[in-house]
Design a protein around this ligand. Structure first.
Ligand SMILES: NC(=O)c1ccc[n+]([C@@H]2O[C@H](COP(=O)([O-])OP(=O)(O)OC[C@H]3O[C@@H](n4cnc5c(N)ncnc54)[C@H](OP(=O)(O)O)[C@@H]3O)[C@@H](O)[C@H]2O)c1
Length: 341
């Protein structure tokens, strides 16, 4: 229902103060209060409930960003879930849960067309749309593994960044589809999480082991699918351990390279693609939008039957947004890192 636009909502937002040089520091971010006093026709105000902390956010801080660069002074972009508290659109009502570009703030003014209504389902919380059912998490995992990686039963699937948000979903989806799964993650705790809680067959601690020889031991016949979230040296380690033919390397991301996008380390062993008749293909999840309904259906079923879980690592308070962003790069979280403003 449309309502009057005369309102005052106190919003608190985190903005880009200066461009980071390498790993961002707290000085690169500003925080301020701003009042929302006008809601344009066709727009809604959503109280932000959950922000999905995604690696792409880091790339918006620099001029050479892979994703659209944020202007100095602009609110840092982030996807998330919120609840409508004001509406000047006939399509959304107060109380509706929505998913969209909430950004790093406590309240977001959004065109109604840019806020996707979440239809509540038993046993699935709205915040799942910033996690297992979120575009940049669960749907990315599904698209990369199924649509791009064409995973098959009995494939050996290797996943880097396996204990993070996308990785955790990839591990469980691959298991649910009958693959043997090897996760690569940093530290013994993350490796135990993968094998004891997420069902991975093997976990390799890249911080304390030689990844290439650990892969040879774990999968002597080599990998059929490599879902890469990390890039750099780990990509070469897996290229050196591909199955004899038809392996698919899926470039989901390269988080090891995001602090220096103007000087990315490419794969040294790319000739393995020719030697093994393998393919390497990148993807942007949004290019596969037509497959979202299929992905949502499969992930929802697995969630409801308890075959898939994505633990949340919650950082409370919008003032800690920058701190949460740093955690993506220092490996301080397990599962899905979110901010609850
Ligand atoms: N293609 C697409 O459309 C698309 C969409 C969404 C996300 N992505 C990509 O998906 C990947 C995972 O994103 P996410 O949001 O789920 O993050 P995440 O995996 O929850 O967190 C990032 C993890 O990466 C690991 N990491 C960070 N720096 C590293 C380094 N230098 N070397 C090795 N590992 C490092 C850390 O785990 P450890 O402790 O194990 O090091 C960290 O926990 C990212 O590359 C992101 O860009 C792509």
């Amino acid at each position: 229902m449309c309502r009057s636009s005369a309102i005052t909502i106190k919003n608190r937002r985190v903005f880009i103060k200066q461009r980071p040089d390498g790993m961002p520091t707290i000085d690169d971010f500003g925080i301020e209060n701003v009042n929302i006093e006008d809601v344009p026709a066709g727009h809604v105000v959503a109280k932000v409930d959950t922000l999905s902390m995604d690696a792409w956010i880091r790339t918006t801080l620099n001029e050479e960003g892979m994703h659209r660069t944020g202007d100095i002074g602009s609110t840092i972009r982030a996807l998330g879930v919120g609840q409508v508290v004001e509406s000047r659109s006939d399509d959304l009502a107060i109380g509706d849960w929505v998913y969209g570009l909430m950004s790093a703030q406590t309240y977001a003014v959004l065109p109604a067309g840019a806020a996707t209504k979440i239809v509540p389902e038993d046993g699935i919380a709205p915040s799942a749309f910033a996690g297992p059912l979120g575009i940049t998490t669960g749907l990315t995992a599904w698209v990369g593994l199924v649509a791009v990686g064409e995973v098959q039963e009995n494939d050996v699937v290797v996943v880097s960044g396996a204990a993070g948000a996308v990785g955790t979903v990839v591990v469980q989806l691959a298991k649910a589809r009958g693959a043997r799964v090897i996760g690569i993650a940093g530290g013994p705790e993350k490796c135990s999480y993968l094998t004891e809680k997420m069902g991975a067959d093997v976990a390799i601690d890249y911080k304390n082991n030689d990844v290439s020889s650990a892969l040879k031991a774990a999968a002597p016949e080599g990998a059929n699918v490599f879902f890469d979230n990390v890039g750099g040296e780990i990509l070469d380690n897996v290229l050196d351990n591909l199955a004899a033919a038809e392996a698919r390397i899926v470039i989901c991301g390269a988080i090891s390279q995001y602090q220096h996008l103007a000087d990315v380390r490419g794969p040294k062993l790319y000739l393995r693609l020719a030697e093994r008749n393998a393919s390497m293909r990148g993807f942007v999840v949004s290019h596969h939008e037509a497959r979202y309904p299929e992905a949502i259906q499969e992930i929802s079923e697995l969630l409801k039957t308890g075959q898939l879980a994505l633990p949340e690592h919650v950082v409370e308070g919008i003032d800690r947004f920058a701190e949460a962003l740093f955690m993506l790069f220092n490996g301080a979280h397990v599962g899905n890192l979110v901010v609850r403003p």
